[in-house]
Structures are given as structure tokens and as C-alpha cells.
Design a protein around this ligand. Sequence first.
Ligand code: S3P
Length: 175
Amino acid sequence: MPRHIVLVGMMGAGKTSVGLWLAKAKAIPLYDLDQLIEEKEGKTIPQIFATEGVEYFREKEMELVNQIVSYPPGVVATGGGTLINPLNFMLLKRHGRLFYLQASLDLLWVRLKDKTDRPLLLGKEPKITLERLLKERESLYKAADIEIAVEGKTVEQLGELLWNYWEKMEKTNLS
Ligand code: S3P
């Protein structure tokens, strides 16, 4: 049974864009955790954070990870914080190949500074928060199977690169 392609990394790294591209180009299912949570809850991520809080969101995220690991193989676009939960990390690692979409703080900031849909960055010093989150999470992301630097690459290039790695890993049956 092939494993999921699991995209991990910070918000703004391009997980959703690469996930969408792969799903379309390679005709595989897309499991975008944030989008699935929004659909299930009938609310946007900022609304969920504002009304139910971050703990509730993390619970929903964990429930979803538990479900999607038994779905047909596809591409999983995680949220930037999904791997914080060790159970999510364990399940995704067991059922998927993890790809870290690596981007520098500066690149992430350029992409995120005008966005309003990332509740964790709504505070006073969003760039400092982003830097802290990156520092806190980097070791989790780096535990991925493959790390790919996104800077200077198009979504298509990233998708093809990742797909080639995934095919090789599946063919050689690396465990
Ligand atoms: C979060 C990242 C977001 C979303 C939520 C929390 C995080 O996903 O899950 O706002 O903790 O970094 P993206 O990485 O898709 O922006």
C-alpha cells in the first residue's frame, strides 16, 4: 500500500499550493487539514480560533489526522502546527512520507505579512512570533524524510521534485 505524501513546514511555505498542484497533476486525492476542518466546522480557521480557541482547533486537527491515515493514499497538506502533537507526528510518519517545505524567516514573512487568515500572527509583533514558532518547530520539521528548500522554485518544480522522491521511495520500499 503506497503511503501518503505528507507536506510539513511553516505557514506560508506553500503546503497548500504544492498539495493542490500534486493532486491535480498526478490525479491523487488531496487531504488539506485546514480546509477539511473548515468544512467540518462550517467556520473559517480564524473564526474557529476566535470562538472555540486553539486547543479546540488542535483537537479537531488530531481527530482528522487519525481519520485520514486510513484513507486512500494521497497528498496531505498539514497545518504549520500539526506536528507539535507527538501522536500526529507518529501517525503521519507511519502512514506517509514526510516532506519538509523549508523556507527562511524572511521569505515566510514576505508571504505572510499582509495576510489576515493566520490567527497566530494577529498579535503585536507578528514577525517575532513567526520567528519564535519557526525556532520552536524546526527540529520537528527537520525530522521529515526529505527536506526541500522552496526558495526560487515554482510550485510545479516543487511538485515534480517531491513526486520523483516519493516514487523512488515507494519503489525501493524504504521503510
Ligand atoms: C497554524 C498554521 C495554519 C493553521 C492554523 C495554525 C500553525 O496552517 O493550521 O492557523 O500553528 O502554524 P498553514 O500552515 O496552512 O497556514
